[in-house]
Write a protein that binds this ligand. Structure first.
Ligand code: ADP
Length: 252
């Protein structure tokens, strides 16, 4: 397990928001976290990434308790891309976290170029982040995290504030992160975001009510979450989504 937690409890004031949660995440695993608004998804992910630390219980990164040093290996992408931009230019924005880590300049330039290429934004270095679309801003936020070489990346509904085009752009980048063997955990309401996850963790009132294989989740579907389009097309039309798209393409 690259990351695990044991008996996590968390309160906001008197209100219990996370209720005795224990889980482990394997290196390279692509996991989805689902649950109604207020079920505790953000809070749990913030605890697992070291953003919130006044919890009861234990969090371990590679068998060492999460601390100021190793939490750098865990990145967090917020829902609203606007809140994550700090630079006046795109390269400054990507450089920001690395500057705090004391990465040498030469290496930093290489990392900026690499991270921007992964999110499909090479050539954007000198642009003003304010001129970007929502999808591009979220991709920039991902590049800025990626440049710091995280092992685990949490994403808190990264596509919710985006239009369908932006959503697809960001999803394409998420798939790349998975290909890069990053351990990605995504909280989302959008079935498309959950298309390729191996595992689903479902939360209700701060408790885990399901943790397992994605297909089993849709079979038992305790939360009434829409099945991904692939599963729906297969059920209704008895063909894969790709076959359907190809068939429609043939007709035109
Ligand atoms: P989710 O991500 O599933 O929507 P959250 O983790 O954001 O859930 O919230 C869980 C509960 O904690 C909600 O009832 C929410 O209102 C409450 N909450 C979240 N953030 C705060 C905060 N900063 N102060 C007080 N209550 C909060």
């Amino acid at each position: 397990m690259i990351l695990k937690c044991e008996n996590i409890n968390y309160n906001y004031g008197k209100r219990k928001v996370i209720n005795n949660v224990s889980l482990g995440i394997k290196k390279g695993q692509f996991t989805g976290i689902v649950g109604d608004n207020g079920s505790g998804k953000s809070t749990l992910m913030k605890i697992l990434s070291g953003i919130l630390f006044d919890y009861n219980g234990k969090v371990f990164f590679e068998n060492e308790e999460l601390n100021e040093k190793n939490r750098i290996k865990i990145g967090y992408i917020f829902q609203n891309p606007e809140n994550q931009i700090v630079g006046v230019t795109i390269e400054e924005d990507v450089a920001f976290g690395m500057e705090n880590m004391g990465v040498p300049r030469k290496e930093m330039i290489k990392k900026i170029q690499w991270a921007l290429s992964i999110v499909g934004m090479s050539g954007f270095e000198k642009r003003d982040p304010n001129t970007l679309s929502g999808g591009q801003k979220q991709r920039l936020a991902i590049a800025s995290i990626l440049a710091m070489d995280p092992e685990v990346i949490f994403m808190d509904e990264p596509t919710t504030m985006l239009d369908p085009v932006g959503r697809l752009e960001v999803y394409t980048v998420i798939k790349k992160l998975v290909e890069l063997k990053k351990t990605v955990v995504i909280a989302s309401h959008h079935s498309q975001d959950l298309r390729d996850v191996e595992r689903i963790i479902a939360l209700k009132n701060g408790k885990i009510i399901f943790d397992g294989n994605k297909n089993n989740f849709y079979k038992t579907n305790k939360l009434n979450i829409e099945e991904p389009i692939e599963i729906r097309t297969k059920k209704i039309l008895h063909m894969n989504y790709e076959e359907l798209v190809n068939k429609l393409a043939d007709r035109t």
